[in-house]
Design a binder for this molecule. Structure first.
Ligand code: Z5A
Length: 222
């Protein structure tokens, strides 16, 4: 399937502000008349959302690590085939809260799973798809966990949120290492106040997509 649109992913540790940033990225494009679709992983299609429920449910049967890994990639394969690729073929801007870099960081560094296996599964699920741009929202783990806890209030922590701080430290370090090795990944300092984070995101989008940034702002609906 031909890929005419733009695929942007957001990554980071828990509570980094990815969901909030998705809205800023979406506004940049929709205000300039482009059609935008937002999604998340794990999830994004009915089957992938069912798998998400299994993955995050803290009260269900414990998941063996290989089962967790394969469920994540099964959800991703559905998402790529039935949502992301069709949106890109239609020329849309597809913005996704987490993608394969999360598997590299959480399952690779966090759980210590086989990196080569992760790349084989990624190849099978992605079918040649790669993000044009990845924004890594980086902040100290303690700050992210505090933001997430404040937002969660009294609701139960999910299966990942129950992991110790060291797990998230390994994940943060892996994300930073991936960014150092991968030109498509740009680091955003997510420890700053929201307005500053949004300004950093805007500057990255302006530099990466100058022709789109130059379009007049209007009352478009994407
Ligand atoms: N996972 C995996 O292991 N492997 C994979 O391949 C994939 C995922 C794809 C998905 O959980 C879990 O799946 C995830 C990794 C694993 N678990 N963890 N941990 P999720 O989607 O439920 O959770 P999440 O991705 O970690 O996102 P989150 O907790 O919703 O955080 P966020 O989206 O990054 O943050 P937010 O909701 O935008 O902001 C959090 C709060 O901070 C909120 O109240 C905001 O208003 C506030 N905020 C945001 N920005 C700021 C600034 N700049 N200053 C102050 N306050 C702010």
């Amino acid at each position: 399937m031909k890929q005419a649109g733009i695929f942007i992913t957001l990554e980071g540790v828990e509570g980094a502000g990815k969901s909030t940033a998705v809205a800023s990225v979406a506004a940049f494009f929709s205000q300039r008349g482009l059609q935008v679709e937002c999604s998340r992983e794990p999830g994004g299609t009915p089957t992938a959302e069912t798998i998400r429920h299994i993955l995050l449910n803290p009260t269900a049967e414990a998941l063996a690590e290989p089962a967790e890994l394969m469920l994540l990639f099964a959800a991703r394969a559905q998402h790529v085939a039935h949502r992301i690729k069709p949106a890109l073929a239609a020329g849309k801007i597809m913005i996704c809260d987490r993608f394969t870099d999360s598997s590299r960081a959480y399952q690779g560094a966090g759980r210590g799973m086989d990196r080569a296996l992760i790349e084989i599964l990624a190849k099978a699920a992605e079918q040649g798809l790669e993000p044009h741009l990845t924004l890594l929202l980086d902040l100290p783990v303690a700050a992210g966990l505090a933001r997430a806890a404040a937002r969660r209030g009294l609701t139960l922590r999910d299966r990942f949120e129950r992991e110790p701080a060291e797990f998230f430290e390994r994940i943060r370090a892996e994300f930073l290492q991936l960014a150092a090795q991968t030109p498509r990944i740009v680091i955003i300092n997510a420890a700053k106040p929201l307005a500053e984070v949004q300004a950093q995101i805007h500057a990255v989008l302006q530099a990466k997509f100058p022709k789109i940034a130059a379009r007049p702002l209007g009352e478009h609906h994407g």
